[in-house]
Design a protein around this ligand. Structure first.
Ligand SMILES: Cc1cc2nc3c(=O)[nH]c(=O)nc-3n(C[C@H](O)[C@H](O)[C@H](O)COP(=O)(O)O)c2cc1C
Length: 407
């Protein structure tokens, strides 16, 4: 059976993706003590490359070791030498697959146990009850803003030199780029805040600095929110304005997601039943944005079946199908989908059986991260593992603090 998923895609920079399936970023929480990657990353990404996917986007890699989003993040910055990076890149490229590093700065979404005083566009805390887990940030000075922009560019250059085939700016889910874009979180009255043009200055400067560092032929993408799903926050209209601008600047692939820690729409929370039926959480938005730009679009969140993916591609709303959780448990999902087989995702709601525990721990994150760790250890994913079992495993590996429910 022929499927649109098998078609290649040429990006504006000239690079070609071998098919239309992309693995969306999933933080591995697997870095070594000195914020470096290790052989577990190589095993995990080799496993995914063998599974047939066209594009692998790594879990978020931070650009400053003093600004971590989670325990065991990998960091790329001037003071850190990571001899494993070329091996990680080579593992992910095995089958002609693209492997891009997702670069991130968490801004205020850096939990208390990692950051006494995080930085953000403005000194505005996350709203209740998250303010118990995150300290109130202080506002960045202008020279610090320029320093972070330079850090993104430096990290992108290191990725290119290490053999990765692209980078993705994490501009979604409430992290620093997304904080700059949000009128609620960004209340600056200098050139970095206020109008949409000013709020998007940070992301456009990050893009331009990266582009200057890596040249015109290297893929640079972004993951962007369709909206923050918060009153007074970054709206769909704002988002479309940003997509238009980034498209004009030459962004190679714009991945659409949505939500923040305050309103985690990216994982399907608050999704209407009618949207669930169409699988993709942000498809309606993508259909609208498609009318405005010709840049390649990747749509992520909720895809579970070949039919759902085919329909989204056929509607021309997007060019690449983004998949995350399914690949943590079914690394061969892409090969099966590409063969046209009627295969569906095994992603299901998770529960420990204890309401209190379900409320306390972000089970989706814990259970799927545990599956990534299994593959990193050279084992197969274990669909039978209980959510409770994963909570204990990850508490043991990462510490209780890192597992509090933040999204
Ligand atoms: C364990 C886990 C870690 C994640 N880490 C990241 C991340 O580092 N960067 C990011 O942009 N999204 C991250 N996400 C969100 C996914 O990329 C994706 O947007 C979301 O899971 C919806 O896609 P799905 O329905 O195919 O799982 C993570 C999701 C999971 C389950």
């Amino acid at each position: 059976m022929s499927t649109k998923l098998t078609e290649t895609l040429q990006l504006p920079c000239g690079a070609t993706l071998k098919n239309r399936l992309g693995k969306s970023a999933m933080s591995e929480n697997m870095g070594s003590r000195g914020y470096t990657s290790n052989e577990k990353f190589n095993r995990l990404y080799a496993r995914w490359a063998e599974g047939g996917i066209g594009l692998l986007i790594t879990g978020n890699v931070m650009v400053d070791r003093f600004a971590l989003g989670e325990a065991h993040n990998v960091v790329i910055e001037q003071r850190i030498q990571d001899p494993n990076l070329p091996l990680w890149a080579a593992a992910g490229k095995k089958e002609g697959t693209h492997i891009w590093v997702q670069l991130n700065h968490p801004g205020k979404q850096s939990p208390k146990f990692l950051s006494k005083q995080p930085v953000a566009p403005s000194a505005i805390p996350l709203k209740k009850p998250l303010d118990r887990l995150f300290n109130t940030p202080r506002a960045l000075t202008e020279s610090e803003i320029f320093d972070i922009i330079a850090r993104f560019a430096y990290a992108a250059k290191v990725c290119q030199e290490s053999g990765f085939t692209g980078v993705q700016i994490h501009g979604a889910h409430g992290y620093l780029v997304s904080q700059f874009l949000s009128p609620t979180h960004n209340q600056r009255n200098d050139q970095w805040g206020g109008s949409l043009e000013n709020r998007m200055r940070f992301v456009t400067e990050v893009y331009k600095a990266i582009r200057e560092a890596v040249g015109d032929a290297f893929p640079v993408g972004i993951k962007l929110n369709s909206a923050d799903f918060q009153k007074g926050g970054f709206t769909q209209e704002d988002s479309m304005g940003v997509v238009k601008k980034l498209s004009e600047l030459g962004m190679d692939l714009i991945e659409i997601s949505g939500g923040t820690y305050e309103s985690p729409a990216m994982m399907g929370a608050k999704v209407k039943a009618s949207t669930q039926a169409r699988e993709a959480y942000f498809l309606d938005y993508c259909e609208e944005v498609r009318k405005l730009v010709s840049s390649p679009l990747m749509l992520t969140g909720g895809f579970r079946s070949l039919q759902g993916m085919e329909e989204a591609l056929a509607s021309c709303a997007c060019d690449v199908i983004g998949v995350a959780r399914s690949l943590a448990i079914q690394p061969d999902f892409p090969n099966q989908l590409l063969s046209g087989a009627t295969v569906t995702s095994q992603v299901k709601p998770l529960t420990t059986g204890w309401k209190f525990l379900d409320k306390t721990f972000p089970l989706e994150i814990i259970w799927y991260t545990d599956q990534l760790h299994l593959m990193g250890e050279g084992k197969e994913p274990n669909l039978k593992k209980s959510a409770l079992g994963s909570v204990w495993t990850m508490v043991y590996k990462l510490g209780e603090n890192s597992l509090k429910k933040v999204r």
